[in-house]
Design a protein around this ligand. Structure first.
Ligand code: EPU
Length: 427
């Protein structure tokens, strides 16, 4: 087992370049299944979720190469191979194989997805959408079977605003006959990115990024070249790290509009930052004040940043409340932060952080991807050395984390660790 070691207390200085968006990447790669010819995607992050999806595309007969962030997928020889077990179980986003394979082959067998444990994560809205398009969907021994004679456009109202369901229904609907209207659709930037790729492949989609998406199905989709958007959550993670320990940190390759809720909250706390066209400069910020945040669907404050933000709040004066309205149980990082001397209580869907405190280095475990980011930020702020285990979660979503932090002057390294005696209840 490997650990990430962080010697806290070093101020961060320099530039960090943001990678391609993980949550786009994991949908763009399956979307390539829908094409009859080669799809090239540039700027993909070098993370395990991307490699896992590339391997899954190879399992169904695709030819896939990954070189310096560019993935080239030749989907021409793909077949509707059942994928009930194995790699599909390792990542949440394998659910996008359902929409993409249903769209192309009118059938698919996909094991129920894994991914971060953030409390219940149902996929009923995805299934409701597939059924509305004419698919028969059954759950047989932990795998979802989807079959359709043909897919027919439909009007689908999502009962819950869901990124995954919006994208998944879009993937199937681009190859359905006639018009599909998704109402109460999610509006996250990743949805626009996927719609852009599909449009370049010949799909006809209007309204992505609003809560009503209209899709006219087409008979065939073709290859294209697409550049992914920057990762707003990775950018936010470094922004929070810079707010906590930055001397002068430039975050490069961001779409500022994607960062508005976080930037507003950091300003409210008293963080010194300046934005330009595609960069954010953070300078040393002292005397931070606590704020309250409530996670909401985009453009509200992202749930994926509430855990890292909680670490920063330990440094701020007075009490701050973080409420997660998306995942009410996304608080496994709190016990770990407490080991590091944080003063945090969880009540229902909220954590209440009392500060300021000086965090202390400790041995902690990342229970999920963003909990990992929270612990890394806490480690940067802590006195002494912090050992973070559970790196498989961090590796799923952060490209070159150690190198990026080192380049900013942090003292971080990976090392083989002793067998962890704590019971691993998460993986
Ligand atoms: N939900 C349902 N039924 C469904 C789908 C979702 O009840 O059929 C509920 C969920 O339980 C949750 C809410 O709706 O309470 C929103 O879930 P959503 O479907 O939007 O989440 P997701 O698509 O599974 C993506 C990201 C997550 C991110 C959420 C929210 C990917 C692969 N994952 O998940 O990212 O937290 O949207 O923005 O895109 C991460 O990057 O760390 C991560 C967990």
């Amino acid at each position: 087992m490997e650990s990430l070691m962080i010697e806290g207390g070093h101020r961060l200085n320099g530039t960090v370049r943001v990678s391609g968006a993980k949550n786009s990447a994991v949908a763009l790669i399956p979307a390539a299944i829908l094409s009859e010819s080669t799809v090239t995607i540039d700027g993909l992050p070098n993370i395990s979720d991307v490699h896992m999806l590339c391997a899954l595309l190879e399992e169904i007969g695709g030819t896939v190469s990954f070189d310096d962030g560019t993935v080239i997928v030749d989907p021409s020889k793909m077949v509707s191979m059942p994928l009930p077990n194995g790699k599909v179980k390792k990542l949440r986003a394998s659910y996008y194989l359902m929409g993409a394979m249903l769209g192309r082959f009118k059938q698919a067998v996909i094991g129920l997805p894994g991914g971060c444990h953030l409390g219940p994560r149902p996929i009923d809205q995805h299934i409701k959408g597939f059924e509305a398009l004419g698919a028969e969907v059954t759950n047989e021994q932990g795998a979802i079977y989807l079959r359709a004679k043909e897919l027919k456009g439909a009007r689908i109202y999502l009962d819950v605003v869901s990124v995954g369901a919006t994208i998944n229904i879009m993937l199937a609907a681009v190859r359905a006959k006639g018009q599909t209207i998704i109402e109460n659709a999610a509006k996250e930037p990743e949805i626009i990115d996927v719609a852009t790729l599909l449009t370049s492949m010949g799909a006809r989609i209007k309204g992505a990024g609003t809560d009503v998406i209209r899709i006219e199905g087409v008979d065939e989709l073709h290859g294209c070249r697409h550049t992914i958007i920057p990762d707003r959550i990775e950018a936010g993670t470094y922004l929070i790290a810079a707010a906590s320990m930055g001397e002068e940190v430039l975050i490069d390759n961001v779409i500022i509009q994607h960062m508005e809720s976080l930037v507003a909250k950091l300003r409210e706390m008293g963080v010194n930052l300046k934005t330009s066209e595609d960069q954010i400069l953070v300078t040393r910020s002292e005397g931070l004040k606590s704020v309250d945040i409530k996670t909401l669907v985009y453009p509200g404050f992202p749930t994926d940043l509430q855990q890292p933000f909680t670490s920063l709040m330990t440094k701020a004066s007075a009490n701050g409340i973080v409420t997660d309205t998306i995942y009410g149980a996304r608080f496994k990082h709190v016990d770990e932060l407490r080991r590091m001397n944080a003063n945090i209580k969880v009540e229902g869907r909220s954590s209440i952080i009392s500060g300021p405190v000086q965090l202390q280095g400790a041995k902690v475990r990342a229970s999920d991807l963003r909990a990992g980011a929270a612990l890394v930020i806490a480690g940067l702020m802590a006195k002494g050395v912090t050992e973070v285990t559970g790196l498989e979660h961090i590796d799923r979503g952060y490209e070159g984390l150690v190198d990026k932090l080192k380049a900013l002057g942090a003292n971080v390294w990976r090392e083989k660790s002793q067998q962890n005696n704590r019971i691993d209840q998460y993986s």
